[in-house]
Design a protein around this ligand. Sequence first.
Ligand SMILES: NC(=O)c1ccc[n+]([C@@H]2O[C@H](COP(=O)([O-])OP(=O)(O)OC[C@H]3O[C@@H](n4cnc5c(N)ncnc54)[C@H](OP(=O)(O)O)[C@@H]3O)[C@@H](O)[C@H]2O)c1
Length: 328
Amino acid sequence: MDKFNALRVHNDNGQVEARLEQITPDMLSPGNVVIRAAYSCINYKDAMAVTGKGKVARRFPLVPGIDVAGTVLHSDDPRYQPGERVLVTGYGLGEGHDGGYSEQVRVNADWLIRIPEGLSEREAMQIGTAGFTAARALERLERAGTSPADGPVLITGATGGVGSLAIDIFSKAGYSVTALTGKPDQADYLRALGADEVLHTDQIEPSRRPLESGRWGAAVDSLGGDTLAWILASTKPWCNVASIGLAAGVQLPTTVMPFIIRGVSLIGIDSPLCPHDIRERVWQRLGQELKPRHLERIGGQEIGLDGIADACRKLMAREVTGRYIVKL
Ligand SMILES: NC(=O)c1ccc[n+]([C@@H]2O[C@H](COP(=O)([O-])OP(=O)(O)OC[C@H]3O[C@@H](n4cnc5c(N)ncnc54)[C@H](OP(=O)(O)O)[C@@H]3O)[C@@H](O)[C@H]2O)c1
């Protein structure tokens, strides 16, 4: 039987450890399509799974990696033929189902997206779940009425994967972008992606006041917690806020005042459970008018399977700017 390389996380009496191993196809989660993986990438959730933080890995041993791009190797589904370029993001990949940190990945054909014209497999993973989610935030905000005329879009966790790609995508779409970061030394990077203004987290005071003066025409938040509460309090009347992440906390210590006095809307963005037709549309757009202009600057850090554990430790320690891609 074929042997191939994979990174698997094991749980030995509560001690989570990632190990580079040679495995065989019968050791993978079931599915009707096998992908020869070309690239994966590292998202916040992957870093949690690999380092054992949170409860991302739902069984052990598990191949982490919530994203993968490659070509179809075998297919028992007539919709897909060997050699077709495909990607998968979410659907429990790398959480309950063996994921993208493996040279072969077996999935359910219903999860596949054909990589659109205009994107290479590498570019698809420079975007990955982070860019897909940022693009989805743009769609949801615009459907709720947001437009560049509303005022600056605040993007938090700015040097992270979602943050960097959101800056690129929103600025390309004509928005004035304010980047909020804990890394003031990365201001040049953020401006190069399209940020018009860079705020350091020390410059804001996430007080618990129910309302602050309204500054933001929209916001894309990767942090949650006090920061999201402050964003809601400082968003302009009738404007919209997209909640994507929880890097700073899962609590939301807010009041109803931004909603009932200013008509602010809080929009939840979820990528893992996103319906397939919406995924197809968003990926098509990401290959065309929403394609980020700075993919190499954001996602040019390429590592192999042997570099994942170290990269994940750095991500959790907030030492990373942009995002890592994994070449398989
Ligand atoms: N809803 C969804 O479907 C979805 C999809 C993708 C990601 N997410 C979530 O979105 C968040 C960002 O994901 P990502 O992949 O972009 O992660 P990432 O690359 O690690 O970026 C997170 C950024 O947030 C800031 N940050 C990290 N820890 C922080 C802390 N304790 N307090 C304040 N700021 C902190 C840092 O930016 P600065 O140093 O620049 O401030 C960091 O670069 C995560 O919570 C992730 O789980 C959700």
